[in-house]
Write a protein that binds this ligand. Structure first.
Ligand code: HEC
Length: 133
């Protein structure tokens, strides 16, 4: 093997190890998700990890995972679009909705531009997978 290839392989290994170091730190990622939820969603949604099933500007996200979109009973202002969306909230659906809400649910009344950074979306989705059961 020539020197250059060996060098590249070593560098690739360093990158992989570094990525594991970041992804492996579970609590830090979870903390980010909670923090992002607070700052980006918290003006309209109660934190599902805390008490309060009552809606705010947006519906309660308690027990969101596995629930059919637009069916949270104490929220009376769902858009017609969300009411007839018909899908069940999963990690994939959340990821798509949080990327561009109007793309997944055209006509949604959630006035939110979207979380454009995939790692931020992932952190929030992972947070909800735990907190919104
Ligand atoms: C400006 C207020 C606002 C912000 C900010 C906001 N939401 Fe919403 N959210 C709403 C409203 C209003 C609805 C109802 C949408 C509809 O009926 O079309 C909604 C609906 C939802 C739903 C569907 C709930 C269900 O029961 O079907 C999810 C999931 C959701 N929001 C998650 C989030 C997350 C996560 C964030 C932060 C990244 C966020 N929202 C930020 C107002 C907001």
């Amino acid at each position: 093997m020539d020197k250059k290839v060996t060098h590249m392989k070593t560098r690739a290994l360093v990158v992989v190890v570094a990525a594991f170091a970041v992804l492996g730190s579970g609590p830090a990622v979870a903390a980010d998700g909670a923090q992002l939820f607070k700052s980006r969603c918290g003006i309209c949604h109660w934190d599902p990890a805390q008490a309060g099933e009552k809606p705010r500007q947006g519906p309660s996200l308690k027990k969101l995972i596995g629930r059919t979109a637009g069916t949270e009973k104490s929220f009376t202002r769902f858009s017609p679009a969300m009411k007839k969306a018909g899908f069940v909230w999963t990690a994939d659906k959340l990821d798509a909705y949080l990327d561009t809400p109007r793309k997944l649910v055209p006509g949604t009344s959630m006035a939110f531009v979207g979380l454009k950074k995939p790692d931020e979306r992932k952190a929030v989705v992972n947070y909800l997978l735990k907190a919104a059961r």
